[in-house]
Ligand binder design. Structure first.
Ligand code: AHR
Length: 496
């Protein structure tokens, strides 16, 4: 029995590592994520290297993004990689039917994506085409990327200017194959997975970590079918997609103009991630009690209406304090499920959905969600510390949610970090955090908050929301006392 508004850490029961790949990202050929985001026009005056925007690369390097998923999303199952290599002038064009019906000129393809990943110092996570592509096409893509020897695809790669293979590891076998990726049944997809995965070969030390296209939200049958019908050693991971909605799919709600009603419903939807990963993990446990297969939540985030006046197919949305608290709470959930959740990818890095970065021509801003990933990078590959959280409720009308959520870890230098969120929009909470064995450590803290949950960064005021030092933590013995402000994220560091 932990007292109310008390967090008790148990460093002695630390067992799992928080995979840095939980802090992964996702960039699709969608709206202005790639084109007009990362990738500028040929004669652009915006500083760039081989057309990749310098300010975006610098910002993402700072938060150490561990992996980047590409080219989709729904786009992946329409994408033919062979159209995106070789001389740009010779690359065929296609229609991006999912996202605005715009013409895709294939100027950003395999080489450009891997160039971007190298600049970012991040691992590529490529999603192959199962919906409309062939087994041969996927097989050849892997050979093109990873074979270090004499073969038709390795020769083609060399002709296109890349002598050595990239040795891509993370490999998605289709995306949302229950929907835009082919409208398949779970049983049919599981069989297709076995075929496609068979011919996505390992070459030498370039071993693929294959990820099966997983369930939509609460579809436990999909996960069960994959676990039952696919040999476990054929999958590194199984994916899961879940988006937070304040309203429904038909009326999602504005990103910046909303009341407490929508704030509450978004928080409620976000916190259901805990139920989802728990239940999908339970299904997986039945077939894989040793937890060899990872649950990869490779699309998540809040999905709102687009900004007024923008192309509805481009999914360009603003990003408020509410969204930062959603990111922070979701990452706490993933950390606490590190035994099974070993990869996750926020949708989508630049100018799309819950973005880290928004651009307007040469201008760029970091969203509140970016700052969450900045603050949380301390958890990457750190040892998860189990927490018991006893919290008062955040009450809204007749409904309630736990006001506090948290996660904690110990890094390789022995420093402890606690990330604590108070979602209650009106009430601060007097909180005591007990961390046994930390008598000699000093406490410091940072906070991300603002006056209103709708507050956000604009191109005129790009730094309205950003983390600042928080002086309100008091360390006594093994306990930290603080009054955590309403609607805030506080990161406590315990260090020598
Ligand atoms: O992230 C936007 C879209 O959401 C993706 O393309 C698709 O996989 C999902 O439905």
């Amino acid at each position: 029995g932990v007292k109310e508004n008390r967090i008790v850490a148990s460093p002695e029961f630390s067992k799992y590592t928080i995979s840095r790949h939980i802090y992964g990202h996702f960039s699709e050929h969608l709206g202005h994520c790639i084109y007009g985001g990362y990738f500028v026009d040929e004669n652009s005056t915006i500083p760039n290297t081989r057309r990749i925007r310098t300010d975006i690369v610098d910002a993402l390097k700072k938060i150490h993004i561990p992996n980047l998923r590409w080219p989709g999303g729904c786009f992946a199952d329409e994408y033919h990689w062979n159209d995106g290599i070789g001389l740009r002038a010779n690359r065929p064009k296609m229609v991006n039917t999912h996202w605005g019906g715009v013409t895709e000129d294939n100027s950003f393809g395999t080489h450009e994506f891997l160039d971007l990943c190298e600049m970012l110092g991040t691992e590529p996570y490529i999603c192959g085409n199962v919906g409309s592509g062939t087994v041969e096409e996927m097989s050849k893509w892997v050979e093109y990327l990873n074979f270090d020897g004499v073969s038709p695809m390795a020769e083609l790669r060399k002709q296109n200017g890349h002598e050595k293979p990239w040795k891509v590891q993370f490999w998605g076998v289709g995306n949302e194959n229950w929907g835009c990726g082919g409208n398949m049944t779970a049983e049919f997809y599981a069989d297709q997975y076995r075929r496609y995965a068979t011919y996505a070969r390992n070459y030498g030390d370039a071993k693929l970590m294959k990820i099966a296209g997983g369930a939509n939200s609460f579809d436990y049958h999909w996960t069960e079918t994959l676990m039952k019908n696919v040999p476990l050693n054929m999958m590194w991971g199984v994916s899961l997609h879940y988006y937070t909605l304040a309203g429904g799919w038909d009326k999602k709600g504005s990103a910046t103009t909303f009341g407490e009603n929508e704030y509450f419903s978004a928080m409620k939807a976000c916190l259901r991630m805990d139920e989802l990963v728990t239940k999908h993990s339970t299904v997986m446990d039945r077939y894989d009690p040793e937890k060899r297969v990872a649950l990869a939540v490779d699309e998540w985030g809040i999905w709102t209406d687009v900004e007024p006046g923008t192309n509805p197919g481009f999914l360009f949305q603003q990003n408020s304090l509410r969204d930062a608290l959603i990111a922070a709470s979701t990452l706490n959930i993933f950390n606490n499920h590190s035994d099974r959740v070993r990869m996750a990818n926020l949708a989508q890095t630049v100018n799309v959905l819950q973005a880290l970065i928004l651009t307007d021509k040469e201008k760029m801003l970091l969203t509140p969600t970016y700052h969450v990933f900045d603050l949380y990078q301390v958890h990457q590959d750190a040892a998860l510390i189990p927490l018991a959280v006893n919290t008062k409720d955040y009450v809204f009308g007749t409904e309630k949610l736990p006001a506090l959520n948290a996660s904690a870890s110990r890094d390789k230098d022995g420093n402890i970090h606690l990330t604590i969120v108070n979602i209650d929009p009106a009430n601060a909470i007097d909180l005591q955090v007990d961390v046994p064995g930390t008598q000699t450590l000093k406490a410091s803290a940072q906070i991300l908050t603002s006056d209103k949950f709708t507050d956000h960064n604009t191109f005129e005021k790009p730094s309205a929301l950003k983390p600042v030092a928080f002086a309100g933590v008091k360390k006594t013995g093994e306990s930290v006392g603080l009054k955590i402000p309403s609607k805030s994220l506080v990161v406590i560091t315990l260090a020598k």
